[in-house]
Write a protein that binds this ligand. Structure first.
Ligand SMILES: [Zn+2]
Length: 55
């Protein structure tokens, strides 16, 4: 399993406005780490790229 992080903080939401996590609040955030240096994560629902500074 390649899943690295399960993001629970509501601050770390997927930025893709069409992503299911934007409209369905019960859906837990789930991201895969793509680039550790650039803090780049891929949303598991929409494959959208997100950067999170807080990790
Ligand atoms: Zn997403």
């Amino acid at each position: 399993m390649n899943k690295v992080d399960n993001i629970k903080s509501s601050e770390n939401k997927c930025k893709n406005q069409r992503c299911i996590t934007q409209t369905e609040k019960y859906v837990p955030q789930s991201f895969k780490l793509l680039d550790e240096k650039n803090k780049l994560y891929i949303c598991e629902y929409c494959d959208g790229e997100n950067t999170f500074e807080k990790f």
